[in-house]
Write a protein that binds this ligand. Structure first.
Ligand code: PMP
Length: 426
């Protein structure tokens, strides 16, 4: 244990997750690469989710932040805030939600917390529908709708949460069903559940589950859910914290893969849109957003500094069609990983869309999740200059690949070669 690790252990909570036997201290970054305190360089296949949609140290963002910091770093509310209004206008028009209003927060947790507050206030109900295996944050209300027990430390809840089938389909009673039969079974289950409940306020769901191991329901499942929800007047909150901004390649938002019945009532975002600055938020129809009958502010959500970063970052993302890049380069990477996976008995499935790719590991010849193998792949990749993430529902046995969306074909090849070595060494 190095000195900083020992100090971290001594003063920070035990439950503050750290990767690797010897955790890395990242000191700087550029593009798709980061460097550690020992001078090692890593290709970053996970920072796209954690930190940056575009690229580390994107010059436009650095410039915008420096300029804004040189002028004023103030609270976001009580006075007019030009960068916040500009970003809200952009996001409202990109959201697809009619008559959209935007409220900025400092994290995805706070964004979902706010969405739950709005939905419960709007509907006068504290019942929430959530998906099994979901992750929505670490506050009291968001752990209450987090179905993944590894990340949900308390069963005491301010909400009454009912978990719906559909989040994971690799295991469980419906695993063997075809897409159509799986969808029908999940919809029947939802209908059955609603027959026993009062009136839930909303369903909160990730279009592709992130922490849960990059699993997505079959296309059409959420659209079918939506029909049922609309019949009951139940709101749909799409948690786009991982799937937003073009990460899935084919769509700008994850909900668009399931849009037969139009946009969600509320959408939440965060993570890499601020390129490392604390930006999160909720978009909702005006009628839902304006459900609160008292004043509210977020002192730092929407601060001019973080808004300047997000404006510059979003402009870059759109101008350079990084969604298209995610589709093209992600498509090649998925293909390459599938070819590797076909030759490695421990790989159960390579799945994903765009640059949100999961590799699920099992004990060879079985269907048993293998978190030990995932940990070994992470360590091996790190030793060979590649950072990846891990996640998964029943255990942490899914490798998670989510680089910045500017990933080049050469970098995708380089990362795939390291992963091939790591997987073959299992
Ligand atoms: N929703 C989803 C889908 C997430 O993946 C996360 C973070 N992993 C959050 C919400 C919470 O975001 P934050 O960590 O910024 O609070």
């Amino acid at each position: 244990m190095n000195d900083l690790h020992a100090r971290h252990r001594a003063v920070l909570p035990e439950w503050l997750a750290l990767y690797y036997d010897r955790p890395i201290e990242i000191t700087h970054g550029e593009g798709r690469h980061v460097w550690d305190a020992d001078g090692n360089r890593y290709l970053d296949f996970f920072g796209g989710i954690l930190t940056t949609m575009t690229a580390h140290a994107l010059p436009e963002v650095t410039k915008a932040v420096a300029e804004q910091a040189g002028r004023i770093i103030h609270s976001s509310t009580l006075y007019l805030n030009r960068p916040m209004v500009e970003l809200a206008e952009r996001i409202a028009s990109l959201s697809g939600i009619p008559d959209a209003r935007v409220f900025f927060t400092t994290s995805g947790t706070e964004a979902n917390d706010t969405a739950l507050l709005l939905a419960t206030a709007h509907r006068g109900s504290n019942q929430i529908l959530a998906m099994r295996n979901s992750y929505h944050g670490r506050s009291f209300s968001t752990v209450s709708v987090t179905g993944n027990s590894a990340w949900s430390p308390t069963s005491l809840s301010p909400l009454q949460t009912l978990y719906v089938h559909g989040g994971v389909r690799t295991r469980g009673p419906y695993a063997h069903l075809s897409d159509a039969d799986f969808t029908a079974a999940c919809v029947a289950d939802l209908e059955d559940l609603l027959g026993h409940t009062r009136a839930p306020a909303a369903l909160i769901a990730e279009p592709v589950q992130g922490v849960g191991g990059f699993t997505a329901p079959p296309d059409g499942l959420y659209a079918a859910f939506r029909e049922v929800l609309q019949r009951h007047g139940i709101l749909w909150i799409s948690d786009e914290v991982q799937t937003g901004w073009g990460r899935t390649g084919d769509h700008f938002w994850g909900w668009q893969a399931h849009d037969r019945n139009g946009p969600p009532d509320l959408l939440t975002f965060a993570k890499g849109i601020g390129n490392g600055m604390s930006v999160g938020g909720v978009v909702a129809r005006a009628e839902v957003m304006n459900s609160l009958d008292a004043n509210s502010i977020s002192t730092f959500g929407g601060s001019p500094l973080t808004m300047a970063a997000a404006n510059a970052n979003l402009a870059h993302l759109l101008e350079h069609d990084l969604q298209g890049n995610a589709r093209r380069v992600g498509g090649l990477l998925i293909e390459r990983l599938r070819a590797i996976g076909a030759q490695v008995a421990a790989v159960r499935e390579v799945r994903g869309r765009g640059l949100m790719i999961g590799v699920e590991l099992v004990r060879p010849g079985t269907d048993e999740a293998d978190p030990g193998a995932a940990a070994r792949v992470l360590e091996h990749a790190r030793e060979h200059g590649l950072l990846i993430g891990k996640g998964g529902g029943h255990s942490t046995s899914v490798l998670r690949i989510a680089p910045p969306l500017s990933l080049t074909v050469a970098e995708a090849e380089e990362g795939a070669a390291v992963l091939e070595g790591a997987l073959r060494s299992l």
